[in-house]
Design a protein around this ligand. Sequence first.
Ligand code: AMP
Length: 216
Amino acid sequence: MNLILLGGPGAGKGTQAKLIVEEYKIPQISTGDMLRDAVKQGTELGKKAKEYMDKGELVPDEIVIGIVRDRLKQPDCEKGFILDGFPRTIAQAEALDKMLDEIGKKIDAVINIYVPEEEIVKRIVNRRTCKKCGAIYHLIYSPPKEPDKCDKCGGELYQRDDDKEETVRERLRVYKEQTEPLIEYYKKKGILYNVDGTKDINGVFEEIKGVLSKLS
Ligand code: AMP
C-alpha cells in the first residue's frame, strides 16, 4: 500500500502516520523528520534546509525531491510506504509521479486531513516533541505524565523552532499557496480521500482505517 498524507501544518499527519505504521507495517517517510535530522547532524544539506525551515518557508524542491528519491529506493519501501509532508508543491507531486513510474509503482490513496486554521494554531503552539524518539504531545489534549518528559522513553520534550505562533502563521500561508492545490491535483486522479481532522486521535484513525479497508 503506497500512501500520501496531506494536510496543513498541525493537522495530525505525523501522529496518524505513526498509527498507520504500527497497524499496516509500512515505513513512514517524513521529509520534515529527515530534514530535522540533517539539521541536527549539521550536514551541508541540513545547514541549507535550516535557513528555510526557521522562517516557515519550504525547502527548495530539488533538495526534498532528492531525499525522497533516495529513501524510496530502500528495501523497506518494497511492501509499501506512507509519505508524510511530501509532496508539498505541484512540482514535487509531478516529480513523485515520475520517480514512481520509473520503478513501476503508483500511489493507492491520498488521505487529506482537514482542520480549520484557528484550530491548527491552537494545536501547534501547544505541541511538544520528544528529542529522543520523536513522540508527539499536546500540552492540553494529550499532555505527558511528567512535564517536559516523554512517557515512552523518558527523553526531553521540546518545542520545535518552527512551532512558534509567527512561524505557524507563515507556514499556514505557504500551505494555502503551495500545498493546497495538491488537493485538486489528486482529486482529478480519483485517489483523494478527505478525513475530518477535528476528531480526536482515535476518531481520525478510525476514519483512515475505513478508507484503507476499501482499497484492495
Ligand atoms: P513538517 O515536519 O512536515 O511540518 O516540516 C517542517 C518543515 O520542513 C517545513 O515547514 C519545511 O520548511 C520543511 N519541509 C518538510 N517537508 C517539505 C517538503 N516536502 N518540501 C519543502 N519543505 C519541506
